[in-house]
Design a protein around this ligand. Structure first.
Ligand code: RIB
Length: 338
């Protein structure tokens, strides 16, 4: 692969002139800039972003602030981010907010102090002010998985409303009428939008939604178990559960297991997020899956677009498609056993 020396020789200029053309750190005549770019194109030269950042005295570190390091969903997201960061010659700092806004703000201040080149964040809340610390320091930010309510932060998301609507419509199509929902904090777009998709599915089927069947948890396993117990203890318990993330689905299945309830014979279940054990024949969980690796890699690519062209002023929102993976846990009771 051609290097900067090869380009300088081909263009008949110095190495520092080639560097100035690609860094934009000093003026170069149009004629020389054209000569350098033509030489680079002929040699298929790729200027190193990391080398460019170093010369421009900028960090070559990207900060990734996720909301729950114990949730396996985020390991695939982190992998997607890291692969892009590494291929760009940068390094990654990983931080975990534990769904705690105070801890999130502490890490925002640490990442600012470390003068990272850019940030990718899974925000703990849709309405929050701590990201302005990055804007004040002109550090580019991309939100992933969840959006923040401002007019400038890019976001890379999955269509949560559509995923939830399709998951609940599938239960209704299989004959379930009294569907309970366990979603995450409605202060997050994932929690709020999955509840919205649940309500849309009921409305489209002409089912009057019963607020007693709606519960908001913490996206953690224990809250899934506790809220499933509450729904099961209702005078009129649901005949199916729609649970809006992997850990809470695990908790809800535990609650059913502790009561000796069979799935789907006694209670149908649809989860959100793929889980390694979901396809096990003993569980065979129907779930709304997310393209998690692609979420991470797309967010990182968007961030590097901003690093390469700091003068991008338009906010971009990229929405990826969820996919319903149908298995045995949502089977119609009238369907023959497999
Ligand atoms: O389990 C992880 C998923 O649930 C993510 O979408 C996260 O935002 C939570 O909603």
């Amino acid at each position: 692969m051609a290097n900067i020396q090869d380009v300088a020789k081909r263009a008949g200029v110095s190495i520092s002139t080639v560097s100035r053309v690609f860094n934009g750190t000093a003026t170069v005549s149009a004629e020389i800039a054209l000569r350098v770019r033509n030489a680079a194109q002929e040699l298929q030269y790729q200027p190193s972003r990391a080398a460019r950042a170093l010369r421009a005295n900028r960090s070559t570190i990207i900060g990734l602030l996720i909301s729950d390091i114990q949730n396996p969903f985020f390991s695939s997201l982190i992998r997607g981010v890291e692969d892009v960061v590494q291929s760009s010659g940068y390094s990654l700092i990983l931080c975990n907010s534990d769904e705690n806004p105070d801890k999130e703000r502490q890490y925002v201040e640490v990442l600012c102090a470390e003068r990272v080149a850019g940030i990718i964040i899974v925000p703990t809340r849709e309405h929050q002010r701590s990201l302005r610390l990055f804007r004040d320091r002109e550090i580019p930010v991309v939100a992933v998985d969840r959006r923040v309510k401002d007019h400038s932060t890019d976001a890379v998301l999955v269509d949560n409303v559509r995923g939830a609507r399709e998951g609940v419509a599938h239960l209704i199509a299989n004959g379930y009428q009294r569907i309970g929902v366990i979603t995450g904090p409605v202060s997050t777009t994932t929690g709020r939008e999955r509840l919205l998709g649940y309500r849309q599915a009921l409305e489209q089927a002409g089912i009057v939604h019963d607020p007693l069947l709606e519960r908001c948890g913490s996206f953690k396993e224990h809250s899934g178990q506790q809220l499933a117990d509450e729904l099961l203890d209702l005078e009129e318990p649901p005949d199916a559960l729609f649970v809006c993330n992997n850990l809470m689905t695990l908790g809800a299945l535990e609650a059913l297991h502790m009561r000796g309830r069979r799935v789907p014979e006694d209670m149908a279940v649809v989860g959100f997020d793929e889980m390694p054990w979901a396809a096990l024949s003993s569980i065979s969980l129907t779930t709304v899956t997310q393209p998690v690796y692609e979420l991470g890699s797309t967010a990182a690519l968007r961030l590097f677009q901003r690093l390469k062209s700091p003068n991008i002023f338009t906010r971009q929102e990229i929405v990826l498609a969820p996919m319903l993976c149908v298995r045995g846990s949502s089977r119609s009771r009238s369907a023959p056993m497999p």
